[in-house]
Design a protein around this ligand. Sequence first.
Ligand code: 13P
Length: 294
Amino acid sequence: MYVSMKDMLWHAHQHHYAVMAINCVNMEQAKAIIESAEEESSPVIINISPRQLKAHGYGYIMVPMIQALAKQASVPVAFNLDHGANFEDIAQALKWGFSSVMIDASSYDFEENIRRTSMVSTLAHSLGKSCEAELGHVGLAANADGQNIDYYTHVMQAKEFVERTGCDCLAVAIGTAHGAYPKGMIPQLDFERLTQLKHALNMPLVLHGGSGAGEENIQKAVACGINKINVCTDLMKHAKEALIKTLADEPDIEYMELNMAVEDAMKDFIKAYMRFIGSSQQYIFDKHIGPELD
Ligand code: 13P
């Protein structure tokens, strides 16, 4: 079933677990994500960024395909524009029928972030869609941005931000960063700040840069109030490694079989992740994670 992210994440907020939001650039990934969710009786979110939409997974192909897969799925599936940076990309995503959009105005100052986020939030809500925003800034692992405390989300600012923008969930900066961390590095997360944010906001919170953050960190982040975890790099890495290994083991494998082997490897990774962030089996216990979308 195809749903908005809003009700899905409120359910996660109320029941203290997190939902994976996984970046997806092709049919094999979309199938792996949705089949994993079905096999785990878990809600799931498919993320695509404007860059991915422009580079490879073009909207006119990906959107109808993901909607078709989501609508026939036995579990709730939301479809979110990841890191929408400008109004054109966001309006296009809503026109295509994404069930949710993220406005990332986190590199602007506080007032400009509020102005841009409010505009997108109002537009998304008028269409029955949900809106994710970011305050503080989750930068790049390669630049060590996660350890720059100046980027972290301020608790009092976050409260004002949510009240003034009406966003449905908030991505917070507490020490993670996008992409692969330097070899051997596990980031240190500011759990005290996260706990304060959860207490002050009492709403679904989002962790970007989930890849490579370490199982212990991820589980603690969920315990402290994270309800959506964005994962891109780790899934791409698993897919690539499976591709290399399968070809090394079976150089004569047919192309279709190769794709199927990679899909299975992605499913193993996703299903294990769903279990350790607590979204597995959530759909069995509560059949009402929001109305279905057309
Ligand atoms: P990673 O690539 O670090 O998993 O980050 C994904 C993300 O946050 C997408 O918004």
